[in-house]
Ligand binder design. Structure first.
Ligand code: ATP
Length: 302
């Protein structure tokens, strides 16, 4: 999701804050709320979610009027299901995520959550229902407790500890003399990439959103840590409607549905097995990635 925020780089304030390493997603949203041109319609109601289905209906979108990026995209993620989006670089995967957060509105078509057009509800209520776990989590120079509690106003100590447990970071916290009050970041405890990721997961658990958006590329982590994080994410996404942007296909083989994107279109869709049988782009990507994995030990031994 670093890509997700590319359009914001031009905003000086955001840029400086990123450089200070102080930014996180929620803070980013607040800045966005005041800066981007997408506005709430006057008197817009709050999004009310009972069955968190996500639907894209014939969505057409381009960042510039003369270049269409998404060409009439339709898909539905039923409540509680996990859909993965895969495809070559530039296919439009992150753009889907940006639209779901309403950084932009579609040129044509609609995006619905539980039957409500997200363009017609307040942005605050929309974002309150969506949790994001980005691939590179950046924390505040604050205590671990603060960083986790940031997921929701009024989170209690109990909420924080339960979230830390769910994100499998509680053992680390319990080993620290100051526990949740331990400062992290530049002036405090340096957390590894995997630990930061776990704090971000805990933050999402405190928020307890019905919809999750995961960016699964975890290139910064070693394989063992990555597997452990993926396992945690899998647990966290149970019973939530989950949209995963995946780069490594091995991590999404158990998704309920896989959407294969190419040049802004869904070119194939189905389960991992069905897509392999279909023997198209997905099968080709799978074969290539399997071969690359087999190459790794050989390359490492050289
Ligand atoms: P990757 O796997 O490399 O992250 P992706 O599938 O997520 O790629 P997107 O980031 O959605 O691809 O980009 C889709 C297309 O939109 C690309 O051609 C990209 O150049 C273009 N694009 C992305 N962001 C912008 C922007 N802010 N302004 C103009 N064009 C953009």
């Amino acid at each position: 999701l670093v890509q997700l925020f590319r359009p914001l780089d031009m905003l000086g304030m955001v840029y400086r804050t990123i450089r200070q390493g102080l930014i996180d997603m929620a803070a980013m949203f607040r800045l966005i709320d005041t800066r981007l041109e997408v506005e709430d319609t006057p008197g817009a109601p709050a999004l009310m979610v009972q069955h968190p289905t996500v639907q894209f209906e014939d969505v057409v979108f381009g960042y510039d009027p003369d270049r269409t990026i998404l060409h009439g995209l339709s898909f539905e993620v039923p409540a509680g299901n996990r859909t993965a989006i895969v495809g070559p670089s530039g296919a439009g995967k992150s753009t889907i995520a940006r639209l779901l957060f309403r950084f932009y509105d579609p040129g044509e078509g609609r995006i619905l959550i539980d039957g409500q057009d997200i363009a017609l509800v307040t942005q605050a209520s929309l974002r309150a229902h969506i949790g994001i776990v980005p691939q590179d989590s950046v924390l505040f120079n604050e205590t671990i407790g603060y960083n986790i509690a940031y997921g929701r106003d009024g989170a209690t100590q109990d909420d924080i500890l339960r979230a830390a447990q769910g994100a499998a970071i509680l053992p680390l916290i319990e080993r620290l003399p100051r526990g949740l009050d331990t400062e992290v970041g530049e002036r405090g405890l340096k957390l590894s990439g995997g630990e930061k990721q776990r704090v971000a997961i805990a933050r999402t658990l405190v928020k307890n959103p019905p919809i999750l958006l995961l960016d699964e590329a975890t290139s910064a982590l070693d394989t063992g840590t990555e597997q452990a994080i993926l396992e945690t994410l899998r647990r966290v996404s149970e019973n939530r409607t989950t949209l995963s942007i995946a780069h490594r296909l091995s991590t999404i083989a158990d998704a309920d549905e896989i959407l294969v994107m190419d040049h802004g279109r869904i070119v194939e869709r189905g389960s991992h097995r069905a897509l392999l049988r279909h023997d198209g782009l997905y099968a080709e990507m799978w074969t290539r990635q399997q071969a690359e994995r087999e190459d790794i030990p050989a390359a490492a031994a050289e």
